[in-house]
Design a protein around this ligand. Sequence first.
Ligand SMILES: [Zn+2]
Ligand SMILES: [Zn+2]
Length: 393
Amino acid sequence: LSIQDEARSIEKDIISWRRAIHANPELGLETPETEKFIADTLAEIGVEDIKTGVGGHGVVAYIEGKTVGKTLALRADCDALPVKEETGLSFAATNGNMHACGHDAHTAMLLGAAKLLWKHRDELKGKVQLIFQPAEEQVTGAKAMLDDGLFDRVKPDVILGMHTGLIFGGPDYGQIGYRNGAMMASVDRFVVTLKGKGSHGAYPHSGVDPVSMVGQVLVKLQTILSREKDPLDPAVITVGKIQGGTAFNIIPGECTLEGTVRTLNPEVRAFIEKRIREIVSSVSESMRGTAEVKYFPGPPSLINDSTVNEKAVEIAKNLFGEDGVAEVKSPVLGGEDFAYYLEHVPGAFLYHAGSNPEKGQTYPHHNSRFDIDEDSLWKGTALFTAFALQWQD
Ligand SMILES: [Zn+2]
Ligand SMILES: [Zn+2]
């Protein structure tokens, strides 16, 4: 049997795993039941080396080949979102959370690969490290597993990950998308506190007004993007939350702004952080106030290694034909904490275009009606499996 046929032959398993995970979504780092489901399923498959509790509730399993070789890590995320499901699926979640990003599919596809790789372990060179990671949505899960020594125990030589759904333009339903270089953005968060002096709204001269400072800061932050960096280097600064004040006739003592910075280029990322600090400090000072900036760096931008990427594309073309693969037209400024692994190990993140518009699957990620086509799951399993067996050839 070809790898494609083998993956198709276990389609029922992959779908049933996906449904079981879908029906019981867990959030963030708190994924104990998902952890148990993954570990139990791996044990049922026959996998012997299974570690649970990595970075909280992460699961890592190893399948070792007969011949000496390098180590490949395959990663799936497994957390859900605080979204009330409205898909109407027979296995829809009822606990108020939802797998609205397809991580249920990622986990099921990787379990499928575990099943095939276990069967073919004699043909494997080196070993495969299977990573089942919680808390991708909060972009803390990869870091938690790495901080818990994931790569200190076994450092892979290469890593491969995948995201299903509708995220990237270019590939159509059923295709595998790839992109050399930067594919997703760095995800930073900042909190700015502008401090003035509270007073009566009719006597502004007796106070120092932080609301006016907010106005200036908001405008100036956007000029970093429009006037200070190369327009061909994409970046976003979004202030999504402003808080301050208690009544229409009171000048508050302070206001806070909270926002996110997305970039593809590490130099632009560092520049924007520096300029946010400088602008906030100079605006507040010029308006007789003070300020504080807290900057929380998240995952860096996701940059694919071109050698690994090209190998993955070659293997995907062998599996699905020339038309089964398509280039992702442009990067997106969404983030993905797979980028943390890529700081340590060269790798590639692929796109599994799993939402099928012909079946009405047109709702975006994180939407209460988001869905993927189960008929496409075998492809993710086939690709993970084929890559593990062939990447060193
Ligand atoms: Zn998501
Ligand atoms: Zn996701």
